[in-house]
Ligand binder design. Sequence first.
Ligand code: CUA
Length: 336
Amino acid sequence: MRPWAGCLVALSSAAVASCSPVQSALSPEGDKAQNIAMLFWFFTAVCVAVWLIVMVLLAIALFRRRPTGATPMLSGDSDRERRVGTIVSGGIAATVAVLIVLTVASFLTNKGFAGAPDLALTIKISGHQWWWQAEYQAHDPSRRFDTANELHIPAGQQVRLQFESPDVIHSFWVPNLAGKQDLIPGRTTQLVLMAAKPGVYRGQCAEYCGAQHAHMAMFVVAEQPDRFARWFNAQINSARAPRTAELRNGETVFMTHACATCHTIGGTDAGGQVGPDLTHFGSRMTIAAGTLPNTLGNLEGWISDPQRAKPYTRMPSVALQGSDLLAVSQYLESLK
Ligand code: CUA
């Protein structure tokens, strides 16, 4: 690709990104993201101003008429040497001043991100190749639960996210709400974020973590506090017991195949810890960390051949016949 074509692509991508509120640091919807966006525009304004000044000075230097035959720095013109010395010193001083201002602005923006001490909601997030595990913490063990790839938070409230990684380095990034935070094996890191208003905000792993790094997305669903409380109270419950013969059949298929050794379904014998907790799988928007919309057809396709949608995923193909595949998919979709 020619350099100018690359610039055009970069510019148009930036324009598209700035118009899309779904996943864009330029559409801030939380206090942290707002500060980062302000810092971005401040940096941009300063850099544009510096660039314009340099271009104007360059144009003056190029097009100014000079006396013919002069050899500027060898002429022994002490006045001129003094003038040049002043200009160079001024340029260095201006550069240092700009760098100091940008550094201080950056530092002040970062300083504002130090966590608030007491928050009502803490969610422990583990990054796995390639999905997000979310454990909602509570003093009362009966109010803790585990979910995946979709965080629900109350709008307008600061929420503490604590990060760990059992495998490689990942990075949690929901651009509309906050900056990036790395998940580092052997360390606990944290981020406090807030969504100013209800909405669905897409996030993306921002640190290359293997073949399916790009398919390691998550959604943050910010809801009015009463709606969030309803969601929370539904998530605490065990899985809904199957109500029809077909769903009961689906549950049996799940329990008697490899599914139950990798996944947990609360209130059943399935207690696997390898893959996402599926207790309320049917209430989630996507399958496989944002890879597919959560529909019955997509779920059947995913279970029968996960490598097709997400090559190298740890999810194995489970040999299921047509009616068993449909039954287990319907059972999982019924887990609201
Ligand atoms: Cu996880 Cu990239």
